[in-house]
Design a protein around this ligand. Structure first.
Ligand code: CA
Ligand code: CA
Length: 352
């Protein structure tokens, strides 16, 4: 079985729908197809699976995309854990957010947990491809979302609007909580990733082959396809990888690709931070809009996309994008549009 790793090496692309789909699930059309394996036929995805619902799992387990995973909390509940305000994910298999409180001062109010003194506006929900809130206050680019008083978009990576492979492999545990806002100067983003196995690529030129967060954005909604940071409102692609160990360091690049090849350069140190958490990692970015642009304002629209890669033990297992709109006559080398080489495949989001 070829791996996604080799598919990406060959294409030099961040996402290449023409390749991949190499993590072959066992297909089925009837129960009998899976009987010999001791599995059930998941007729939503037409693959053999360990479980179809929680009832198929043992005590203390939840069925998550065909796999039985330990239930560690009551789904969608909020509580205090080791001095942090914590929110459980929809399946109870992990956390969508964990906010360490200063001085262990986590409080419970009704169903909500929060850090004392923390603005309550942080608990809302958002859909990033529909609207971005205005970011206010001072951002400290340290990895923490303490300075992000904006709602979050939370999703299982396997449920992303676009995944590679498709369908996503069963049992992928990764859950993404992204907070993104805008100001006249910059795009502000903090992404918390629940990921029990953090694995990064040692080569700065191939960060997309390990665990990584990718932000695509432009200072305009008038997108034309190919982009190099100078056109289409400074349309830009940034990739950040977390440190792999406590003493490792985060890395980030700006990447452009077109038919002639790929150009990668380091992102300025002050523009990003990433760090490990107890159950994954988190990434924070402050990405200035391009010089000479008219400052963005409420009501206008921007091109935007968010992509995550999940690797385990050096092998890329799953990529997911919140948008990958098909483009005819694409600017991409192999003719199939993807965020890394055609900005028209991004979504357009409205600034609030
Ligand atoms: Ca911060
Ligand atoms: Ca991972």
């Amino acid at each position: 079985m070829a791996s996604l790793l080799s598919a990406c090496e060959g294409s030099r692309s961040t996402i290449d729908p023409s390749e991949g789909d190499s993590i072959a699930a066992i297909g089925c059309t009837t129960e009998q197809d899976c009987d010999g394996l001791g599995l059930k036929c998941d007729t939503r995805r037409w693959v053999c699976a360990s479980c179809l619902s929680d009832a198929d799992c043992g005590p203390g387990q939840s069925c998550s995309l065909g796999a039985c995973l330990p239930r560690v909390c009551e789904p969608e509940s909020q509580f205090c854990l080791e001095g942090a305000a914590v929110e459980c994910n929809q399946r109870g298999t992990g956390f969508v957010s964990r906010q360490p409180c200063p001085d262990q001062d986590c409080r419970i109010d009704g169903d909500a947990s929060y850090c004392a003194g923390e603005p309550s506006c942080r608990r809302g929900r958002s859909v990033l491809c529909q609207a971005l809130p205005e970011f206010s206050g001072e951002q400290v680019v340290d990895g923490s979302d303490q300075d992000f008083c904006v709602p979050a978009m939370t999703y299982a990576l396997s449920d992303a609007a676009w995944t590679n492979p498709e369908p996503a492999p069963l049992g992928s545990p990764v859950i993404v909580t992204a907070r993104v806002g805008w100001s006249e100067q910059a795009l502000h983003a903090q992404v918390y990733v629940f990921d029990p196995s953090v694995s990064v690529d040692p080569d700065d030129g191939r960060l997309w082959n390990g665990d990584n967060v990718q932000i695509f954005f432009a200072g305009t909604d008038e997108l034309t396809g190919a982009y190099d940071g100078q056109v289409d409102g400074g349309a830009t692609h940034v990739i950040v990888s977390p440190p792999e160990s406590e003493d490792g360091s985060a890395r980030a690049v700006v990447l452009y690709e077109d038919a002639s090849g790929t150009v990668s350069s380091p992102l300025d140190d002050g523009d990003y931070a990433a760090r490990l958490t107890e159950d994954g990692y988190e990434v924070e970015l402050r990405l200035p809009f391009a010089d000479g642009l008219e400052p963005p304002k409420a009501g206008s629209r921007l091109g935007f996309d968010l992509v995550l890669g999940d690797a385990t033990d050096g092998v890329l297992l799953l990529e997911g994008a919140i948008a990958n709109q098909p483009v005819v006559d694409t600017s991409c080398a192999n003719g199939i549009s993807r965020p890394g080489c055609d900005d028209r495949s991004w979504c357009l989001t409205t600034l609030e």
